[in-house]
Design a protein around this ligand. Structure first.
Ligand code: ZN
Length: 243
């Protein structure tokens, strides 16, 4: 039974600023622990966590080795992630591992490398209301998610968003200050499925919201590998028919 579960690694920076009272009051053990905890309440998911201060910045072969899906939360330490580890993550996605980028992971090296764009957006931290609209109700990531729901406080991210044209725009968000954003978008890079989801500023209780949790649970199930390749070398093959 254990092997049939979707194995998830939740990666977070979790440096000192995430241990400050403003964040710790919302996520006492770090938001990565909160995310892993609600994922582990699902029978078909087995989640573990790693952080940037772990061995090989939490991206060791051990940490990634069994992962079907990697969840990435980063904010102010993107530049510190070693390029060789970024290549390891990108390589795994291209060969089939799913990856879910949360909130400010839009400027992480794996996000920009996989998508080939800047992740440009504009932002504002003003305790404003955010209304998330389900733009693709038939998408598996939207299953059980209402047509729209409200987060009382969220950091505003707005268009234009520096991403390639998504395969699907599952969610769009409206912010109290008038801005809008493609807040839930999917991509595929070779064998790997990619989902970006904007809500999740560290001082707001976003990952305690039941709809946000449902989106992330759905995204894990959607992003699990469908097919994988072991090697990257281009093999020479024999002809199937007489030439
Ligand atoms: Zn933020």
């Amino acid at each position: 039974m254990k092997n049939s579960k979707i194995r998830v690694t939740v990666w977070n920076e979790y440096m000192d600023e995430q241990k400050q009272p403003a964040v710790a009051s919302v996520y006492p053990e770090g938001l990565h622990k909160t995310i892993a905890e609600f994922l582990n309440m699902e029978e078909d998911i087995e989640a573990s966590t790693s952080v940037i201060t772990d061995a090989e910045q939490g991206l060791s072969e051990e940490a990634l080795g069994g992962a079907d899906v990697l969840i990435w939360w980063g904010h102010v330490h993107h530049g510190e992630v070693e390029d060789r580890l970024v290549r390891r993550v990108v390589d795994r996605v291209q060969r089939g591992m799913g990856i879910i980028f949360l909130h400010s992971a839009h400027k992480s090296k794996p996000f920009m490398t996989l998508l080939g764009t800047t992740g440009y957006l504009s932002w504002r931290e003003a305790e404003e209301r955010c209304r998330i609209w389900t733009a693709s109700p038939a998408h598996p990531i939207a299953e059980g998610v209402p047509g729209q729901f409200v987060l009382e406080h969220e950091e505003m991210y707005c268009e234009p968003f520096g991403i390639p044209r998504p395969d699907d725009t599952v969610f769009i968000s409206w912010f109290q200050g008038g801005n809008v954003f493609r807040s839930g978008v999917t991509f595929q890079r070779e064998y790997g499925r990619i989902f970006y989801f904007q809500p999740g500023h560290e001082t707001y209780p976003t990952y305690h919201n039941k709809h946000v949790r449902q989106v992330i649970i759905n995204a894990v199930r959607w992003a699990k590998p469908v097919a994988q390749i072991a090697a990257r070398d281009c093999p020479k093959v024999e002809a199937l028919e007489k030439i």
